[in-house]
Design a binder for this molecule. Structure first.
Ligand code: GAL
Length: 828
């Protein structure tokens, strides 16, 4: 029996709710949300290159049932010989097929039905009932096909087939994932409807008293005759109706028409990174007094500029952009998006004081931008990692000529209402940046961007002026003998965006007196969470280029977590922040990276399979430098000391402290003071070099002699027990929600065993499943999808997902020789 999905019931309900809305029209949530319904469940999947085309799919083809979003690469084994290379995380691509059958209600035959894919990596091709709908090479942009002409209505089933070809490798410098890795939707509308991404809400003038709104709505008439209709836009703040504008239109048959409406919001509540206040515009199209289409747009009211001297000004206030770059993978979940997993990443980053995200180096999942709107992040929305010239053999450069225009326009249309999007980036370290070809392309991309949105500045994440040899850069700046990047010199950008080369930032105003600055990418510090060289200056810089064999560092490709290891082109975390912090005209920075990501390991060699750049590891556990930023970027009172306190007797060990709101820190070893330290000048940490002695290390921070905080680290005994802690112990029973459970390996007194690397086995009872395991270890080759995993430095993560039944989930963790632990998660 083939699995069947019914679209029918929900669509009928949609109309009913629409009618209720007509008579009540008081709350924005009355807007029916069934215009767009999820189409993620009940797909069949087959990974096989042997299917030549969709007609060779036979009865003997073995299919597996799954729900989307789905990433098949994350299910595979790490493979040193993977064609994806180390950059791709040593995980294979391949060619996958998805199919799904469904029925459509007879009454929908008079409507327009479309299928929307938020992103399929890559080269997707789609057929409905044998009709070819099209191909989309770019894996990161959303696309839609109208399918109504090919549908069967009523009892006869429909079949959709999607081919995903990620077989030509390498095509990415980082782990891309493979498959329908973002959400899929079915949209059903009247033939007269708001077009795809059909609204554009801007706020040309904003004062404390009033905001002027400009709403442009593209109405699409797919009827064979002209229509006279009414378009009403109602602005809501939460459930309160703020204002409304109505306009009568006559729209030709088979035509699109842009309706421009002006509105005013009195005493607007402004969006900021600290208070992300949002509004909703509800567009209603009425025909003969009956609402036939409703469409919701979330937007924010805010006023901002990048100033030559004062940097980023948001609602009249100077705000430093304290951003991080993020790739799209979600660690052990791979690239299959999950809203809660993205939200957790953002919560962890907010906790450190991050207020900006760069979507390196591609359009993000729509859910990321929705969360950034709600949580208050200043987003640099980036389009491309290459233009015409390849970075890897089979990458998007091969599709550039045919697709770049459409891909960029679609990104702009899709993302331009987001309150959180403040900067468009037309590319990252584009190889064409040094040549006249690059300048021509930059001009073309800038013209397209400005055609669709003039409200945000445009930048490119460029390489520094000369080359990657930073000493040479400094020298050339001193000699005022700078050969500029051609794109930077062309004057096409609104913001000069440089990656790295923090030594050059203080020359910015001399070099670009008319263009404000943003550090599009900085730092590239390297660390393994919880691993330390006892003495912090034993490794100063990464000793070799990352594309050469790793010859320095530590055994097992570990990298010490003191902030002293960096990519040669980058800096320590402290060095770049010190410069950015110092000058108002440096509007801010996006650090490489917030979280570790799969692929692009540094050292760029087996056995490493994931990056070391994250301030937070792949599992979501912060590395120590997280607390340096927290001490600088948040109001929290911070006193963080490290490393752990399990060393060899007599060994010399460096102890570092990050702290704030205090003027000194005193360190005690087993009750005896080993000295008071204070940050001098622009210092961001203090340090003691002391002989190790087992026991208790205690730090006390003081202000004017009064204790501010105390912090202790104790020597742990042998690993003896497991402890489980869930980020949320009640989750939704929606087959989507997740609980992230941390496993700590403790000694018998409850102290974290900092070197424990036991293998932990998980079992789950109840209505859900284990969907990911990780320790954050960049050299681990254990599957992220199993029921067991080896801990790294005392910690491991297990992720459980609900199903649709409410109840309880009981997770048990066991390891040889350790006391087991159980935790209960409620699903409701
Ligand atoms: C940059 C690049 C990033 C990443 C980083 C690693 O040059 O833009 O994608 O590769 O280096 O340091």
């Amino acid at each position: 029996m083939r699995k069947t999905n019914h679209l029918s019931g929900k669509i009928v309900l949609a109309i009913a709710v629409g009618i209720i809305f007509l008579s009540s029209c008081t709350k924005k949530d009355d807007v029916f949300n069934n215009r767009k319904i999820s189409f993620n469940t009940g797909w069949s999947f087959h990974l096989n290159d042997s299917i030549i085309d969709k007609d060779t799919i036979g009865t003997s083809t073995k299919w597996r049932t799954l729900n989307l979003p789905h990433d098949w690469s994350i299910e595979g084994k790490f493979d040193e010989k993977s064609p994806a290379g180390y950059g791709g995380g040593s995980l294979n691509g391949g060619l996958g097929w998805y199919k799904k059958t469904f029925k459509v209600a007879p009454e929908d035959s008079s409507k327009v039905t479309s299928i929307t894919f938020d992103g399929v990596y890559r080269n997707s091709e789609v057929w409905v009932n044998g009709h070819y709908l099209g191909k989309r090479p770019n894996g990161y942009i959303g696309f839609q096909y109208q399918i109504s002409p090919y549908l069967n209505y009523g009892e006869k089933e429909n079949e959709i087939i999607v081919k995903v070809d990620n077989s030509k490798q390498p095509n990415s410098r980082w782990y891309s994932g493979s498959g329908i890795f973002r959400n899929v939707w079915i949209e059903t509308t009247d033939k007269l409807h708001v077009a795809q991404w059909g609204t554009y809400v801007t706020t040309p003038k904003v004062t404390a008293e009033k905001a002027f709104l400009n709403v442009e709505t593209t109405i699409q008439n797919q009827n064979k005759e002209a229509k006279k209709a009414t378009v009403t836009t109602t602005i809501f703040k939460e459930d309160t109706k703020v204002t409304s504008v109505t306009q009568n239109i006559t729209i030709d048959a088979d035509a699109n028409q842009v309706v421009k409406q002006l509105a005013e919001v009195q005493n607007p509540i402004l969006w900021s990174d600290e208070k992300p206040e949002l509004y909703t515009a509800v567009t209603e199209i009425s025909l003969d007094d009956k609402i036939i289409d409703q469409y919701k747009t979330t937007f924010g009211i805010r006023d901002f500029k990048f100033d030559l001297n004062k940097g980023f000004i948001l609602n009249g206030k100077q705000v430093k952009i304290k951003g991080v770059c993020m790739h799209h993978d979600l660690g052990p979940l791979g690239s299959a998006i999950n809203t809660r997993a993205i939200e957790r990443q953002l919560e962890i980053l907010k906790g450190m004081g991050v207020n900006g995200i760069r979507t390196s180096h591609n359009p993000p999942a729509p859910e990321l931008l929705e969360l950034c709107d709600k949580m208050g992040f200043i987003v640099m929305d980036e389009a491309f990692d290459m233009w015409k010239t390849n970075k890897t053999k089979y990458d998007y450069a091969n599709d550039w000529d045919k697709w770049h225009k459409k891909d960029l326009i679609d990104q702009l249309l899709r993302d331009r209402n987001h309150a959180s999007v403040f900067i468009w980036s037309i590319g990252n370290e584009i190889p064409d940046q040094w040549s006249e070809t690059g300048v021509q392309i930059a001009k073309e991309l800038a013209a397209i961007t400005r055609q669709y949105d003039k409200t945000r500045p445009l930048t490119a994440a460029m390489n520094p002026p000369v080359n990657m040899n930073i000493d040479q850069v400094t020298l050339q700046f001193e000699k005022k003998n700078v050969q500029f990047n051609a794109i930077a010199a062309s004057g096409v950008l609104d913001l000069i965006g440089y990656n790295y080369a923090h030594q050059t930032y203080e020359h910015h105003q001399e070099n670009f007196p008319n263009t404000p600055f943003i550090a599009t990418e900085t730092t590239s510090g390297l660390q393994t969470r919880g691993y330390y060289d006892a003495v912090s200056d034993t490794v100063k810089k990464w000793p070799v280029r990352w594309d050469l064999k790793f010859t320095g560092g530590n055994p097992g490709n570990t990298v010490s977590a003191y902030d002293q290891v960096q990519a040669p082109w980058g800096s320590t975390h402290e060095a770049t922040w010190k410069v950015i912090k110092k000058h108002d005209y440096l509007s801010g920075m996006y650090i490489w990276t917030g979280f570790d990501y799969i692929g692009e390991p540094t050292p760029y060699e087996w056995p490493s399979v994931s990056s070391y750049f994250g301030i937070v590891d792949l599992a979501g556990f912060p590395k120590d430098v997280y607390y340096m930023y927290q001490s600088e970027w948040t109001d929290k009172t911070v006193l963080h000391i490290f490393p752990h306190w399990n060393w060899k007797a007599g060994q010399t060990v460096d102890v570092w402290a990050y702290y704030n709101k205090a003027d000194e820190v005193e360190l005690f070893l087993n009750g005896k003071s080993v000295g008071i330290r204070s940050k001098k000048g622009d210092d961001l940490h203090v340090m003691w070099r002391i002989p190790y002695q087992a026991g208790t290390l205690k730090a006390i921070s003081r202000k004017n002699g009064k204790v501010v905080l105390e912090s202790e680290i104790k020597t742990a005994g042998n690993p003896s027990q497991l402890k489980l802690t869930a980020d949320r112990s009640t989750i939704k029973a929606d087959a989507n929600d997740l609980s992230f459970i941390t496993v700590d390996i403790l000694d018998d007194k409850g102290i974290l065993a900092p070197n424990a690397n036991n293998e932990i086995n998980f079992s789950l009872k109840g209505n859900g499943k284990i969907v990911g395991v990780s320790s954050g270890d960049p050299v681990s080759h254990e599957s992220y999808k199993g029921n067991k995993h080896t801990a790294l430095n005392g910690k491991c993560l297990v992720i459980v997902q609900s199903d649709t039944k409410s109840g309880r989930l009981e997770l048990t963790a066991k390891a040889n020789g350790l006391k087991q632990a159980t935790i209960v998660i409620t699903t409701e």
